[in-house]
Design a protein around this ligand. Structure first.
Ligand code: SAH
Ligand code: SF4
Length: 350
């Protein structure tokens, strides 16, 4: 028999029910196990007091709940945002961010170590893809943050490191754990998955009828500049993307969010605003403008005046517009600033 422990956090609730049955237990023991792991967040099998002694012994001998640990937490002096550096069992790192803003407390989860999509303006993109996270590793991030946070978490966004739809199945499985009654019981409409625009997966997401919300990173108003910023646009251009977004909003009746990272001299002129209106008018959506957080030397955040001019130009459009002044830039925890290159380097030289 193999000595590698069974990682129970990578199982869905149903898989746990099936698994305990193969060990001669009733299915409801699997539900209890799921509840101990995610809802109650216990770390030791012996704390699972409603399980039989023999099952606890069996779990201790063959299974593990240890997928990741918190290596470091940095809290912004000015904004209250905390960045968690999480160490995975194989020594790799990801980052998770906790963003308290009044009664709204958002957690930003990572879905991959690095990202393959290589958007020119993004720190994670510069790392390349190291590996996908498992569903357990994704949900574990929320367990760590929940232990740390004084306030209940109200919103969860898949906007940390990685392209969630490049790791589709584990991300959906993780979202299902967040949403499950015996898991984190987090409302589906308060869970948002952000994609750079992988059209087949947007269509799959629509087909499968998930109730989680979708955000799409548009970031440019014409194909030439979008391709320069986001190589993914070579494969699926803005027209393909818009059609897939329409399929999603129709299938789900959910409003979609277009994210538009505003960069000085790149995508912030009045022509861009006009073209953005034309694109977004075709979709049941709102637009979230994100003033650029500086990571790459080639890109800068526009001045306040210019940002306001851009926003004014969007007034009167059919869709709503919000601005996300990212939190946590003093600790590199803002959108697009997540990168664990330094940590990976350290790890490799240990
Ligand atoms: N890969 C997914 C989700 C993670 S990125 C995606 O691209 O949608 C989350 C958001 O941060 C995206 O909208 C992305 O465009 C934005 N972003 C990336 N780098 C940024 C930066 N330097 N400043 C502001 N936003 C950035
Ligand atoms: Fe990947 Fe998103 Fe960064 Fe693009 S913006 S490199 S898709 S994490």
């Amino acid at each position: 028999m193999s000595n590698t422990p069974v990682q129970l956090k990578n199982f869905s609730q149903l898989e746990l029910e099936n698994w305990v049955q193969t060990r001669g237990e009733k299915a409801f023991r699997g539900r209890q196990l799921f509840q101990w792991i995610w809802q109650k967040g216990v770390e030791e099998f012996k704390e699972m007091t409603n399980l039989s002694k023999s099952l606890i012994t069996e779990l201790e001998q063959n299974c593990s709940l240890n997928l990741s640990t918190v290596h470091q937490v940095q809290t912004s002096a000015t904004q209250g945002t905390s960045k968690f550096l999480i160490r995975l069992n194989d020594g790799k790192f990801v980052e998770t961010v906790l963003i308290p803003e009044g009664s709204r407390v958002t957690v930003c989860l990572s879905s991959q170590v690095g990202c393959a999509l290589d958007c020119d303006f993004c720190a994670t993109g510069k790392m390349g893809l190291n590996r996908n996270l498992t569903s357990g590793e994704i949900a574990d991030q929320l367990l760590h943050v929940r232990r740390f946070s004084d306030c209940p978490i109200t919103n969860i966004v898949f906007m940390g490191m990685g392209e969630p739809f490049h790791n589709y199945e584990p991300v959906i499985r993780a979202a299902d754990i967040l949403n499950a009654k015996l898991g984190f019981a987090h409302g589906a409409r308060k869970i948002t998955i952000s994609t750079s625009g992988l059209v087949p997966q947007i269509r799959q997401f629509a087909d499968e009828g998930h109730r989680y919300k979708l955000a799409v990173s548009l970031n440019a108003s014409d194909d030439t500049s979008r391709t320069q910023l986001m190589p993914v646009n070579k494969k699926w251009n803005i027209a393909d993307l818009v059609t897939a977004c329409q399929v999603y909003t129709k299938a789900s009746s959910n409003m979609l969010t277009f994210e538009y990272v505003l960069m000085a001299g790149i995508n912030d002129n009045l022509g861009d605003a006009r073209r953005l209106i034309n694109i977004a008018n075709k979709v049941f959506c709102k637009v979230n403008v994100i003033p650029y957080n500086e990571v790459a030397e080639d890109y800068q955040r526009p001045s306040k005046t210019r940002i306001n001019k851009f926003l004014e130009a969007l007034e009167g459009a059919r869709f709503g517009v919000t601005v996300r002044w990212s939190q946590g830039d003093d600790i590199d925890a803002a959108c697009g600033q997540l990168s664990t290159v330094a940590q990976l380097k350290n790890e490799n030289t240990e």
